[in-house]
Design a protein around this ligand. Structure first.
Ligand code: NAD
Ligand code: IPM
Ligand code: MN
Length: 363
């Protein structure tokens, strides 16, 4: 029987609430007797900082290194509470980004997916949503502005200033573009290359490399689009997109917009893939505004579990079963409050009940 070690980094805010549902689903799959999961909980995020003084303790890194895959909840504090932790020790800068760098998880898959049966969740008009939304955003995750040198200082005129560096090497660009081309080949052979080459030289290099390697993927039609225009088209005509590739910060922003066109960030799972290791996390944050109320939508977490089963363990059938079980729940009219629509009678369920129902369906 296959046996896998999974590090569990529940994190902050709604992280532990939705992680609990992820564990229910893994336990339900394990109960079928085909696979064993060894779950390894580890401290991470602001909660880890308060407990042991580091957002990414060495012990957690060791557990991640030992694990076959990593499942992460969410990290971060509210705008007001974040001041309680020194700037450079906060969980985003001192936890999540170093974890990504350590694991070299450069390819971040953020599916923006709404099947036809759930298109009513989208805030877009039905004629714009058409038969639903099915886009794969591929975000470069370990380069660019988020990882360049950063300084805050005072210049010769006594003015406070900030300086950040946006750096990409040929190696970094080429490897993410190859992932994007290969993904396009597994889907519809259409690739939207999102860039800002009218201003950024990093985009000029990015596009140059894309042109150089594109002949190796001759069956893929490349459509180049400026990132600002892409933001508009995501609202006006999302159906034109299939696979989209972009640098780190553009992917951060446009993927949250993806959650917007679906109707909730709670519908956004993700996979972060590196050469040797992968970790899986919801695309959204710790949602301090709804923490502790048992109302968070765990779809993003359960979808991340499903992506882990497929990408890390080759369990494509079980992965699909998780997505199918969640879709069936929604089709039956059950939702969490983030997807409540005015004038529609939904059967509201809690985070826990959502997890219980999906786990029951899998059993
Ligand atoms: P957020 O993504 O936490 O929340 C934005 C909005 O979406 C909120 O109204 C929230 O309630 C809602 N939302 C998010 N996930 C939901 C879910 N599963 N179900 C229902 N509603 C959901 O963004 P924010 O409020 O800007 O950031 C909060 C904190 O999260 C910050 O500290 C930020 O740095 C951090 N953050 C962490 C990650 C991560 O762990 N990968 C990602 C983004 C933001
Ligand atoms: C995300 C988040 C992170 C990012 C933050 C928390 C560092 O917004 O995963 O989308 O910007 O990458
Ligand atoms: Mn983000």
């Amino acid at each position: 029987m296959n046996s896998y070690k999974i590090a569990l980094l529940a994190g902050d805010g709604i992280g532990p609430e939705i992680m609990k549902q992820g564990v229910k689903v893994l336990t339900a799959i394990e109960a079928r007797g085909q696979v064993k999961f060894q779950l390894l909980p580890a401290l991470f995020g602001a909660s880890a900082w308060f407990e042991v003084g580091s957002a990414l303790p060495q012990e957690t890194l060791n557990i991640c290194d030992e694990a076959d895959a990593i499942l992460k909840g969410t990290i971060g504090l509210s705008h007001a509470n974040t001041e309680k932790i020194p700037l450079d020790e906060r969980p985003e800068r001192a936890g999540l980004l170093p974890l990504r760098k350590h694991l070299d998880t450069y390819a971040n898959f953020r599916p923006v997916y709404l099947p036809a049966g759930l298109k009513h969740f989208s805030p877009l008009k039905p004629e714009i949503v058409g038969d639903g939304v099915d886009i794969m955003i591929i975000r470069e995750l370990v380069g660019g502005l988020y990882f360049g040198d950063k300084t805050l200082g005072i210049d010769e005129n006594g003015q406070r200033y900030a300086c950040e560096t946006l750096e990409y090497t040929e190696f970094q660009i080429e490897r993410i573009l190859r992932v994007a081309f290969e993904t396009a080949q597994k889907r519809k052979n259409i690739l939207h290359n999102i860039h800002k080459s009218n201003v950024l030289k990093s985009s000029v290099l990015w596009n140059e490399i894309l042109n150089e390697i594109s002949s190796e993927y001759a069956n893929v039609k490349v459509i180049n689009m400026l990132v600002d225009a892409a933001a508009t088209y995501l609202c006006l005509d999302p159906g034109q997109f299939d696979v989209m590739v972009m640098e780190n910060m553009m992917g951060d922003i446009l993927s949250d917009q993806g959650g917007g066109i679906l109707g909730s960030l709670g519908l956004m799972p993700s996979a972060c893939i590196g050469p040797n290791k992968a970790y899986y996390e919801p695309s959204h944050g710790s949602a301090p505004d709804i923490t502790g109320q048992n109302i968070a939508n765990p779809y993003s977490m359960l979808g991340s579990v499903a992506m882990m089963l497929e990408y890390s363990f080759g369990m494509k059938t079980e992965s699909q079963e998780i997505f199918d079980a969640m879709e069936a729940l929604f089709v039956e009219g059950y939702t969490t409050p983030d997807l409540k629509q005015p004038g529609v009678e939904n059967k509201m369920i809690s985070t826990d009940e959502f997890g219980d129902r999906v786990a029951a369906a899998l059993r």
